[in-house]
Design a protein around this ligand. Sequence first.
Ligand code: GLU
Length: 511
Amino acid sequence: MREVRVRFAPSPTGALHIGGVRTALYNYLLARKNKGTMILRIEDTDQGRYVEGAEKYILDSLAWAGIQIDEGVGAGGPYAPYRQSERKGIYLPYAMKLIADDNAYYAFDTAQELEAMRERLKATAGANAQYGNQTRLQMSNSLTLSESEVKQKLSSGEPYVIRLKVPQGEKIELTDLIRGAVSVDSTEIDDKVLMKSDGMPTYHLANVVDDYLMKISHVIRGEEWLPSAPLHVLLYRYLGWKNDMPQFAHLPLLLKPDGNGKLSKRDADKMGFPIFPINWKDPNTGELSLGFRERGYLPDAMINFLAFLGWNPGTEKEIFSMGELIEAFTIERIGKAGARFDIQKAQWFNQQYLKAQPESVMVGYLMGTLKEQNISCTPDKALKIANVMKERVTFPQDFWGQGKFFFVAPSAFDEQTVAKKWNEDAVKALSGFSEKVRSMPPLTAETAKNTLEMVTADLGIKTGQILQILRTTITGGASGPDLMMTLEILGNEEVVRRIRYALDTLKLKVA
Ligand code: GLU
C-alpha cells in the first residue's frame, strides 16, 4: 500500500475556523492510524488576502488541540519549504509544460475586457458568464493572437495570466472516498487561471503541484473544495501524474446548531458560542473573538466533539481519547450528510472531560480564581468544594461562577423560592436549626442532615418542605450542589450567620 502522507493546507487569510480544525484532525487521525506523515503546508499565494498573524494562529491552534505536525511549516522536512510563497519559483515550469502541450495558454485580457465579456455573456440567455471553452476564442490570448503578437506582448512586459485550456464536452470522473463516483461535464468548468499576473501561482496549480511533489496520498478537505476536484484531476492528467494522484475525501459541511444551513461566524456570535479554537484579534478591525480555549473548553473535549462531526465509530461509545480516536478512525465511517454543530453536545463533552480531571487540577481551577480575587482558602476546603461541584460544572471557571457563595454570603435571595417557601414553618425550622448548629460540634453532611430532620420532626413538618428555603438562605440561589455537603463546607459559624441574616432580612414577609 502507498505510504500515507496527508496534508493540512490552510491559507493564512484570517483565524482558523473550527471546521478547519476538524479537517486537520481527520488528516491527523488517518496519518497516525496508518503510521503515516502529517504535513502542514501554508498556502499563501494569494497575497492580497494575507493576514498578519494568521500563520502563527494556525500553529498555536493546532498545538493547543494536540494535533502534531510531522513535516511542514514549523517542523521542516525533506520537501521544504512548505510555505507556498517561498516556493514561488517551482510552479512556472509546470505551467510552461502545460502551454507547450497546448493544455494552457497566455491570456492578456484587461480588467475592462473581462468585464465586457461578462456583460456580453449575461445578455446571452443560458450562457455561463465565464472564461472558458465557449468564449476563449473571443478573447485576447495566445489562442487568438498571432505568435509574433504574443511574443511582442510577453517581451514588452505586458501583464498576463496563464489559463488552463479545459476541454469541451468531456466527462471528468473521480472517486471520492466519501461521496463515491463524482462526474462533471468539462464544459461547465471555466479556464481557471493557473499563474497570476504577479507571477504567483493560483491555489489550483500550487495545490496540485505541491501535493504531487510532496507525495501526498490522501487529500482530505472540506466539501467546499469538491467543485475544484475535477479541475485538479485534469491537472494531474495533463502534467502526466495520473497514476500518482492522491485519493480524495471531501468532508461534510458543518451546519448551524438547528441544522438549517451552513455554520457561520455570524450564527456563532449571535448564539454566543466560539467558532475559533483560540482567541483571535483581527488585526484589521481590532475585533476580538473568543476561542474555545478561552471559553473554557478542554482540548481533548473539543477534539472528541469535532471527531464526531461527520464521523462515528459505529458503536454507542462516545468518549474517545486522541489515542482511541486514532485506533477507531476510518474514512469509510465518515458520512456524506452535513454535520450539525450542536454546541450543547460540545458542552456535554466538556463536562465529561472536566469531571474526569484529577482532583488537583480541579482544585487548581478554583484556587486560580480565588487568588485573583484575593480570597484565601485552605486546600482541604478547596478540595471539598471541587468535589461537590464537579458534577455540575461545564467549564473550569464554573467552579468559581457557580461556587462563589462558598466564599461570599448572599445578599439577595431567589425570589420565587422565597415567595413559595417562606412561611411560619420555615421560620421556625430555620431558627430551630440554627440554634442547634450554633452549639454543635463541627458540622458534617451527616450531622447536618440528622439535625435538620430532628428539628422538623419536632415541629411536625416534613424535612422536604424546608430544604429549598434552607438552600436559598445559605446560597441565595434556587439550585446548587449537595446541600448537606455545602453546610459541612461552610461550617457552623457561617451557616448560623447566613440563616440569621436571612431571618432578619426576610422576616417582614411573614404574617
Ligand atoms: N488552501 C486551501 C484552504 O484554505 C486548501 C484546500 C485543500 O486542502 O486543497 O482551505
